[in-house]
Design a protein around this ligand. Structure first.
Ligand code: PLP
Length: 420
């Protein structure tokens, strides 16, 4: 049963309640390896489902455009103060609706349409909002894109520097969505200084690892840090902009009134809860365990002949090319989903195939680590994955269904927040 229970919803709208129960059960039974997903705590779930959703509060604490902020102001101040303390920054804005609008607010704060900006290309592991051509950020700005080296699968800092010197971007994004290796923030900062660009670190994927001390922090290197709150940070869907004092005002003005209206106060409260959880010593253990699990899983997959981009991982994420296994990313992901192993098909660097039918798979350990799985279980997951790919190649659905039963049996022993 969904936890907290939803009896009023079941009464008022049984059709919807059933779908939610179904999703909760699905999350309980699957090995969830989507690198950007997690399980939030029941406390975070409770905060998102409160009357704070009823309140309008355009503006910032102490300077609102609506009355009745006696409780909303301290909620937002709590979230802001916890964010500043956890990451060690001068300024935090917790109002962006999600990671993409947070990044758009940075453009609004720093650059004008037509200005040159620089980010990592989407096929190399960057995010759409770092200037990719189909995104508003690629259409409205002159975006130049760096990638990874073909031989190492890693960011080529010489290429980044050469491109920055040639193109003189006003703003440089580092970070991405499919980067299995540590981001070298000091090296990016040096390049940004050299060309007088503002360095933005988008730590959406790794914020929890940064907060938990399992990935170096961009603070002191990037003037602006953007992050979602719902990936490794294990909060509700939302985002934050963190910065030095110099950029505080411009960012705040860009978020509101530049881009958004009223903040989502129920989300703000849940962000505060998640930040409180991330400040506890146990979250450091969690962050370390996420990385240890990813390394163990990467090793077990490599031992079974999976071709890992960059040869392994430093963080929570694994990117691999499954061409050598005789299958493409999409059919592999579909077969794995049937086997109870949920991940996403993904472009690999220099992928000869199309983005909607690419060569790779992306997976990560944030969610299974929250479930309590440890390094001892990682070889078993790799074995299931290997067996599933073989079964898919043989068209053996019965073998895949047998794996799904084994998966559900293992996971039955690991409690899930949100399900009782
Ligand atoms: C997830 C992600 C985003 C976007 O977040 P949404 O909440 O999906 O809009 C932005 N940047 C990076 C690096 C991300 O991984």
């Amino acid at each position: 049963m969904h936890q907290p229970a939803i009896p009023h919803l079941a009464e008022a709208d049984p059709e919807l309640a059933q779908l939610i129960e179904g999703e909760a059960k699905r999350q309980f039974e699957k090995v969830r390896l989507i690198a950007s997903e997690n399980y939030v705590s029941t406390a975070v779930l409770e905060a998102t489902g409160t009357v704070l959703t009823n309140k309008y509060s355009e503006g910032y604490a102490g300077k609102r455009y609506y009355e009745g902020q006696q409780f909303i102001d301290p909620v937002e101040v709590l979230a802001v103060e916890r964010a500043k303390a956890l990451f060690g920054v001068d300024h935090a804005n917790v109002q962006p609706y999600s990671g993409s609008p947070a990044n758009l607010a940075i453009y609004l704060a720093l650059v004008s349409p037509g200005d040159t900006v620089m980010g990592m290309g989407l096929p190399a592991g960057g995010h759409l909002t770092h200037g990719w051509n189909v995104s508003a950020t690629g259409k409205w700005f002159r975006a130049v894109q760096y990638g990874v080296r073909k031989d190492t699968g890693r960011i080529d800092m010489d290429e980044v520097r050469d491109l920055a010197l040639a193109e003189r971007p006003k703003m440089i994004f580092c970070g991405g969505t499919a980067i299995p290796r540590t981001i070298d923030f000091p090296a990016f900062a040096e390049i940004a200084r050299e060309v007088d660009a503002v360095l933005v670190a988008d730590i959406a994927h790794i914020a929890g690892l940064v907060a938990g001390g399992a990935h170096p922090s961009p603070v002191g290197h990037a003037q602006i840090i953007s992050t979602t709150t719902h990936k490794t940070l294990r909060g509700p869907r939302g985002a934050m902009l963190l910065s030095d004092a110099e950029h505080a005002k411009a960012l705040d003005k860009a978020v509101f009134p530049g881009l958004q209206g009223g903040p989502h106060n129920h989300t703000t409260a849940a962000i505060a809860v998640a930040l409180g959880e991330a400040a506890r010593p146990s979250f450091r253990d969690y962050a370390a365990a996420v990385v240890a699990n990813a390394k163990a899983l990467a090793e077990a997959l490599a031992a079974r002949g999976f071709d890992l981009v960059s040869g392994g991982t430093d963080n929570h994420l694994i990117l691999m090319d499954v061409t050598g296994k005789g299958i493409a990313g999409k059919p592999a992901a579909k077969a794995l989903d049937r086997a109870g192993i949920e991940l996403n098909y993904n472009t690999v660097p220099f992928d000869p195939r199309k983005p909607f039918d690419p060569s790779g798979l992306r997976l990560g350990t944030p969610a299974i680590t929250t479930r309590g799985l440890g390094v001892d279980q990682m070889p078993q997951i790799a074995e299931w994955m290997d067996r599933t790919v073989t079964a898919a190649n043989n068209g053996d659905d019965a073998a895949i269904d047998a794996i799904a039963a084994e998966v559900a049996e293992l996971l039955a022993a690991y409690p899930m927040p949100g399900w009782a």
